[in-house]
Design a binder for this molecule. Structure first.
Ligand code: SAM
Length: 317
């Protein structure tokens, strides 16, 4: 499933790093360089503004940016469209006293976008447990001039939810290790948790139980209002089923957290969660986002959002 022909249907997506540049400045600069604002599948010189993500531009899949001055200076960041959805859905605050956690941050695409959405203000703690990937995260955060990001080389599961610093987080992004089964255009995708002797089902079950553990841990943070859980997997085992299990947890059954409804989860995106896979749960699949490679001009992706709800008796409803 890696590097297949569906990759040709995915435009080259480029996010304008609004910590350094505005979309208007980026468009002006591209026009001045001889490009046309048009249909990127028509000519190599065309680019367009994305209809769902305000800071995203799209180009021909063949367009390269590695030598482009704006890419080298961190003003433009190469990022798949679907990968922009979780930060947008998290909708982090941008005040000076904001506290946000990116629990699984490297290489840092979503961290840098969160930083920009926070207008480079407040505190964004970016956890990454892997030493090597942590270095990549630090490099990316520095290149994108994120002043509000505090990278932490630690396991998010080991963080005390009542810690005097991290315990103030109101928004948590969880984009944990997954099977990567939705990725069709990245030959270098590495699954860190893969164990060669496991069958596919065993592997997915292990990933799902880890993913659920991450959601449950995030729900322990006393001030958290919004938790976004995302994967680049197309398997329901890692997506709807994990959400279903989280909704069956004590925290959700007691009404502390509910699944956010469609209106607060990028309502204009038409492909939603798979209703049959959510059967018997308290959550509505309309509140979930799915992206299908080959159909949605993105890689395969899944996004969900839990909101702190009323704590009054939702048990057994
Ligand atoms: N959000 C990243 C981005 O958009 O660039 C991609 C995250 S990648 C899918 C998952 C990352 O989470 C990996 O780098 C992995 O090492 C890290 N990770 C997995 N479990 C973790 C944990 N318990 N605490 C912190 N980081 C973890």
């Amino acid at each position: 499933q890696v590097g297949d022909e569906r990759a040709n249907l995915i435009p080259r997506y480029v996010r304008v790093n609004t910590n350094l540049w505005s979309v208007e400045e980026a468009v002006r600069s591209l026009l001045e360089s001889g490009m046309h604002l048009g249909d990127p599948f028509q000519t190599i010189t065309d680019f367009a503004k994305d209809e769902h993500v305000p800071d995203l531009l799209l180009f021909s899949p063949k367009k390269t940016f590695h030598d482009h001055a704006a890419y080298k200076s961190g003003k433009l960041i190469l990022q798949d469209k679907a990968s922009c959805f979780p930060p947008l859905v998290l909708n982090p605050p941008s005040s000076h006293n904001a506290v946000v956690i990116d629990a699984t941050a490297a290489p840092g695409n979503k961290t840098t976008y969160l930083s920009a959405l926070m207008h480079n203000k407040g505190k964004l703690y970016a956890f990454e447990r892997d030493k090597r990937r942590f270095q990549t995260l630090k490099t990316m955060v520095a290149k994108a001039t994120c002043k509000n990001v505090h990278p932490v080389n630690d396991d998010f599961l080991a963080v005390d939810a009542n810690d005097e610093t991290y315990g103030n987080a109101t928004h948590i992004l969880l984009d944990p290790s997954c099977s990567g089964s939705g990725i069709v255009n990245r030959l270098d995708y590495l699954l860190e948790t893969e164990e060669e002797n496991d069958s596919k089902e065993e592997r997915l079950a292990k990933l799902a139980s880890f993913q659920l553990m991450m959601i449950k841990h995030a729900m322990k943070f006393p001030h958290v209002q919004r938790i976004v859980y995302s994967t680049c997997s197309v398997h329901s085992t890692e997506n709807e089923h994990v959400v279903r299990e989280a909704l069956a947890s004590d925290e959700c059954r007691a009404g502390k957290f509910t699944l956010a409804p469609r209106e607060s989860v990028l309502p204009s995106w038409s492909r939603r969660g798979i209703a049959a896979e959510m059967e018997g749960s308290q959550g509505d699949a309309q509140g979930l986002i799915r992206c299908l490679p080959g159909e949605d001009a993105t890689n395969g992706f899944f996004v969900s959002c839990f909101m702190r709800g009323s704590e009054e008796g939702q048990i057994n409803k």
